[in-house]
Write a protein that binds this ligand. Structure first.
Ligand code: HEC
Length: 102
């Protein structure tokens, strides 16, 4: 049992690190708040599925008419679909779970 918890914790921390490196680092540097963006998307799209789908479409091929963060010009994110699937899942969990306690 303890071993399972350690493995889960380890996987969680690795994922958090990937997200920090692949997404947060640049956003922090540029002052583009991913937490605010998360809630803007949630308000606009409501469900997890629709939110993640909309983000994925925008990030893979930014369409200015669908951009929610309008304080910067559309940015073409350099990330492939497979890593994006994983990173958006981490992004989603980060603010749905941790967002409630801090
Ligand atoms: C090299 C810098 C950089 C990296 C790395 C980066 N972003 Fe961004 N991101 C931006 C900039 C600049 C904008 C604002 C312009 C825009 O909205 O297109 C943005 C905007 C966004 C938006 C808002 C889109 C909208 O509707 O306006 C989301 C969501 C987002 N990023 C998610 C991510 C995720 C998830 C990752 C990790 C896979 C990531 N970003 C990695 C620079 C970056």
């Amino acid at each position: 049992m303890a071993r399972v918890i350690v493995i889960l914790l380890f996987a969680f921390l690795c994922n958090a690190q990937d997200f920090q490196k692949e997404c947060m680092a640049c956003h922090q540097r540029k002052g583009i708040d991913l937490k605010k963006i998360y809630f803007d998307y949630l308000l606009e799209y409501s469900s997890k599925r629709a939110t993640i789908k909309a983000m994925q479409e925008y990030l893979l091929s930014p369409d200015p008419s669908k951009q929610l963060y309008i304080d910067a010009k559309p940015y073409k994110h350099k990330v492939d679909k497979k890593s994006l699937d994983k990173l958006l899942e981490i992004y989603w969990n980060r603010y749905t779970v941790i967002g409630k306690i801090r």
